[in-house]
Design a binder for this molecule. Structure first.
Ligand code: ADP
Ligand code: MG
Length: 249
């Protein structure tokens, strides 16, 4: 279900280009993402998936083209950029929790330090989020005391604590032991079902099949094709996609 829609997409990239030196990593990317939509991005290593994600919250500035978020061109600096970043939650392969803070403190940090919200209210919300991702009983532990799956769920709770309009997941289960992949995907699946706008880079084709509204296939910095998962997996149109799927499925 789409959220508060005024008709325009939440994220709109048009003719986005990015180079790292002479390496052309994003080539004429046109991609729009509607409110409440779940888009899974797949493609070979080095195809530009992470750079695409990072461009959306301006962790990587682009060289050409335009990215709009919620109707606004991405701000380049200062408070507007900080606000944008707080509206776009990001979860990485490495959990990036603060090692010297407890799980609860990790989740509370952004709202209290960046948003200057009252700690008591934030604590309540943070505990609710830890409950939601199934680790409320780990609140007072330190990251190193948790399993990888629990740490990644804590990282998701931390991102959600900022009440983002969209969540970006860049290979969130790639660093996990296989037995912990499911618990993280389950949290992401329920988030998707609750209507969160999500971009998910993953090699988990099962998740793409059942949770995505759309699959986007990238290769060599280009958006090669995009389609609903049933259509994409049953009938990939490009040779590149067919070749990729034959290796991962
Ligand atoms: P993917 O996530 O699909 O594996 P990336 O977006 O990480 O791809 O990288 C796309 C290409 O850009 C790769 O060739 C990678 O080596 C290169 N690249 C990524 N980040 C940088 C950087 N900071 N400096 C130079 N090259 C980079
Ligand atoms: Mg990557």
């Amino acid at each position: 279900m789409a959220g508060t829609s005024n008709g325009e997409p939440l994220i709109a990239m048009s003719q986005v280009n990015k180079w790292f030196g002479s390496l052309h990593v994003l080539r004429d990317i046109d991609l729009t993402i509607d409110r409440g939509e779940v888009v899974v991005v797949i493609g070979p290593s080095g195809s530009g998936k992470s750079t695409l994600c990072r461009a959306i919250n301006r962790l990587e500035p682009i060289d050409k083209g335009e990215i709009r978020f919620d109707g606004q061109v991405l701000p380049a600096e200062g408070r507007p950029l900080a606000r944008l970043r707080s509206e776009v939650g990001m979860v990485f392969q490495s959990f990036n929790l603060f090692a010297h803070k407890t799980i609860l403190e990790n989740v509370m940090l952004g709202p209290v330090k960046v948003r200057k919200e009252k700690p008591a209210a934030v604590r309540e919300r943070a505990m609710g989020l830890l409950q939601r991702v199934g680790i409320a009983n780990q609140a007072d532990k330190y990251p190193a005391q948790l399993s990888g799956g629990q740490q990644q769920r804590a990282a998701i709770a931390r991102a959600l604590a900022m009440q983002p309009k969209a969540m970006l997941f860049d290979e969130p289960t790639s660093a996990l032991d296989p037995e912990m992949v499911g618990e993280v995907l389950d949290v992401m699946t329920s988030l998707a079902a609750e209507g969160m706008t999500m971009i998910v880079v993953t090699h988990e084709m099962g998740f793409a099949r059942h949770a995505a509204n759309r699959v986007v296939f990238m290769a060599d910095g280009q958006l090669v094709e995009q389609a609903p998962p049933t259509e994409f997996f049953a009938n990939p149109r490009s040779e590149r996609a067919r070749d990729f799927l034959s290796k991962v499925l």
